[in-house]
Design a protein around this ligand. Sequence first.
Ligand code: FAD
Length: 465
Amino acid sequence: APSDTDFDVIVIGAGPGGYVCAIRAAQLGFKVACVEKRETLGGTCLNVGCIPSKALLQSTEDYHGAAHDFAREGIIIEGIKVDLAKMQANKQGVVDANTKGIEFLFKKNGVTWLKGFGKVTAPYTIDVAGKSYKAKHIIVASGSESSPLPGVEIDEKVIVSSTGALELPAIPKRLLVIGGGVIGLELGSVWGRLGAAVTVVEFFDRIAPGMDGEVAKTFQKILAKQGFKFKLSHKVTKVEKTASGVNVTIEKVDGSGTEVIETDIVLVCVGRRAVSKSLGLEEIGVALDERGRVKVDEHYATNVAGLYAIGDVIAGPMLAHKAEEEGVALAEILAGQAGHVNYGAIPGVVYTWPEVAGVGKTEEDLKAEGAEYKVGKFPFTANGRARAMGCTDGFVKVLADKKTDKLLGAHIIGPDAGTLIAELTMALEFGASAEDVARTCHAHPTLSEAVKEAALDADGRAIHI
Ligand code: FAD
């Protein structure tokens, strides 16, 4: 008879990769356990990532609208103020509801939560809290953590990672963000909207690396209008705590000058790295790549029999939905089905205001490939709904093959870009042409008409510009 230490599948880590994989594997009839060392399920995403950051982005957007934008519509609010403790409590409530939700789903699907730290001790064998478990398939979904910046010690009080930046007990007057990537810009927006003067220091000469260049330029201009200061092509050489805050020394990348910036809080957001060194993987011979990520084949198998990996701990974009797709695909592969992830159609979204979203190839990708492509573009200034919302910043851009009209990529900066990109992701997934999108009837007046018009513009026949 099967014992309580024998499973078909044991997943290490209950983030979006791990918990989704565990649930899908259970649906497919496997006996499944999921190991998680945190007090709550949901991983980085639900506890200290996507969900709490979106809760704070929502609250601060609401506040900023009420304080600065409503008056334009004739809504006058006097004496508006922020109760930060309540805002933080609301955020925690959102997180708790989500993490409890995963606990419920585990129970519903018969997934056993093995509480504690998991260490792989031999193929098919894992140790959790002093007890040994066996499984036919062990799946590493241990995720990622903030990359440190050499010489800068995070205290999560004045020098913080994204985790500390989600927990600040008071609104800083000045916030310096090291790293102009997605997470830094989102958290900079949170505190900027509440009144902090935000400075972003970025090594490269542009923000949001990987994003379509034209979109990134517009994004930077819009953020600058909101009060962000950017120090591009600069590196941080020293971070020093003082009696009144922190002094940050920055140096131009070309070595042409240094500057000291005084700030109250420093947010270190220089990327994330795989959590792969503490689980006993190297000891049993699992191969890692040069960045410490677990190496897998196209079926998520490592070089050790019975051991697989998914999510942030393997190569690819560090995104919750990418991890989830891999979790489902792997569970299905283990069940003999044809699980598969289309890496060419994974959307990326920045949840600032306005939002920024992209899927497929950027113009820079296409130029590098020497591809022949055409561009269709439509500004939100020409969209009736965006005007009614008072959100006319930004545009939709579609990239299609010059000869075949096949959609190659799509990029949106504007209101609700993260929701609008879903349609274009579906189009890309189905191998649609720009013409297919252009011929689809879109409801009026909606922001999605800008998507249709951009697709029409790829053929030079947009109506409203
Ligand atoms: P994780 O979510 O990191 O989960 C791994 C889990 O494994 C953790 O809970 C960890 O405790 C556990 N674990 C690790 N080792 C062990 C062990 N040995 N034993 C037991 N347990 C272990 N992505 C988006 O798509 N959209 C967003 O809006 C977004 N916002 C973000 C905002 C912030 C501030 C941050 C930091 C990240 C954000 N991300 C976002 C990224 C997203 O959180 C990650 O891509 C996602 O969580 C990766 O999922 P995962 O399952 O691979 O790993």
